[in-house]
Design a protein around this ligand. Structure first.
Ligand code: CTP
Length: 420
């Protein structure tokens, strides 16, 4: 797996004969299990079709700022926020001029202006255009604004002139992005295990006991760990989410299956148990469908306790260096979470208060959590589940930076008593 696996790239394709090379770049990125979303400018669509871009990227292509469809599917702000980086291939003189001068008159230039992510450009233009003082001024502005240039190269151009202005080959752009991510993958070399979603405990072959967990938080954590360079195994119950890109995903149904899959993924450096595991399973589950018989008494179920996966991982001989659980509590959140942490033998717990109407949690995209360790806690503001995931991964990175691979309470900032 390359260090581009699990990353998300927004590719802006502007007008120029080199636009066709973007198709090969998309292919290389997808092969490396990178998520690719594309904006095709009006000029770009004169050279390649939206259909080929969308077929290769496996996503719709975004073309028009004011198209209701594009904006309702994914607005330009989200497009720029969801990607780890933005890369413009080919970057035309016109688009570079707009980017240098803050002009936002179409989807590509507006998204670039709205972006808070690293921007890479692979320029492609006629050598005279490249050498023009106006273009050179724009390049200087872009460089001082932190835009990173990949190329251009020198050589023969499509217009049969020779000089500086050829777009760098897709493989070289791919290699440049690889090198960039190598430097920005602080968890490279770490193995992580994440559980997510509900478990289903069968009553008979067609009925089960389950719960409302959507898996959104666990899946977001797996994706964030992969983006930070970790080698991630996600063990998930039934959810309606796609497997995160660049993450080895094992699908299970019951708590016992989840435990087996987790044990097969050890040893690991990090374990995050975000699954809503059923506490009990049906002891007398039936091999055949239980039939309703008129006049007969209703069936009664007896239960048997399920293994506690978090506790099992915490006491495993292959115990990860950092074991993290979740706790949904209705009262005394921090105290209850700390007791749970001691009982289950984990290092951190992300605790949230459920049952409050302003923090419904299940199925929503938001969460408000407190990160609790044995002696500290840190109450986080309301965040999206993706932001919670990113912040948790940041906490893990500083933990490993501070302590090597040993666990202690360092990364958490506030004394326990102050958050309850
Ligand atoms: N968990 C687990 N296996 C179980 C039950 C829970 O791995 N059989 C994990 C969850 O993934 C979560 C943490 O334990 O990280 C807390 O789950 P919770 O349901 O709050 O804990 P319980 O032990 O069931 O405690 P409670 O009595 O509060 O329900």
């Amino acid at each position: 797996m390359t260090n581009l696996a699990g990353k998300s790239v927004l590719l802006v394709i502007s007008g120029g004969i080199a636009a066709y090379k973007s198709l090969e770049l998309i292919r290389l990125l997808r092969k490396a299990r990178t998520e690719v979303r594309c904006i095709l400018t009006k000029g770009g669509s004169e050279f390649i079709t939206p259909l080929s871009v969308s077929a290769l990227s496996e996503h719709p292509v975004y073309t028009d700022l004011f198209s209701l469809k594009d904006e309702s599917e994914m607005g330009h702000i989200r497009l720029s926020r969801d990607a780890d980086i933005i890369i413009v291939t080919p970057a035309s003189a016109n688009l570079m001029a707009k980017l240098a001068n803050g002009i936002a008159d179409d989807l590509a230039s507006t998204t670039l202006l709205a972006s808070n992510k690293p921007i890479f450009v692979a320029p492609a233009m006629n050598p005279e255009m490249w050498a023009k003082p106006s273009t050179q001024r724009n390049i200087e502005i872009l460089r001082s604004d932190g835009v990173q240039f990949i190329g251009p190269a020198a050589g023969e151009m499509a217009c049969s002139e020779t000089g500086l202005g050829r777009m760098i080959e897709p493989q070289d752009i791919f290699d440049a992005l690889q090198s960039y991510f190598k430097l920005s993958t602080p968890l490279a070399g770490k193995r992580a295990l994440v559980t997510s979603g509900p478990t289903y405990e069968p009553i008979d072959p067609v009925r089960f006991i389950g719960n409302r967990s959507s898996g959104k938080q666990g899946h977001a954590i797996a994706a964030a760990l992969a983006r930070a360079g970790a080698e991630v195994t996600l063990v998930t119950g039934h959810v309606s989410l796609a497997d995160p890109v660049g993450v080895r995903t094992l699908h299970v149904e019951t708590a016992s299956e989840m435990l087996d899959a987790c044990q097969s993924a050890l040893p690991a450096h990090i374990a995050v148990c975000a699954a809503a595991v059923a506490d009990w399973r049906v002891e007398n589950s039936a091999d055949q469908k239980i039939k309703k018989q008129t006049g007969a008494s209703t069936p009664s179920l007896s239960f048997i306790e399920n293994p506690d996966i978090l506790a099992e991982i915490s006491k495993s001989p292959n115990r990860p260096d950092l074991v993290i659980g979740f706790a949904a509590e209705t009262q005394d959140v921090v105290k209850a979470a700390q007791e749970k942490l001691v009982r289950k033998g984990c290092d951190w717990i992300l605790a949230n208060q459920v049952g409050k109407t302003d923090n419904p949690v299940f199925g929503t995209d938001h969460n408000q959590v407190t990160l609790v360790s044995r002696s500290n806690c840190d109450e986080w503001p309301p965040l999206s589940k993706k932001e919670v995931a990113a912040r948790l991964v940041e906490a893990m990175i500083s933990h490993f930076n501070d302590t090597g691979t040993k666990h202690d309470d360092k990364p958490i900032s506030r004394p326990l008593s102050s958050a309850s």
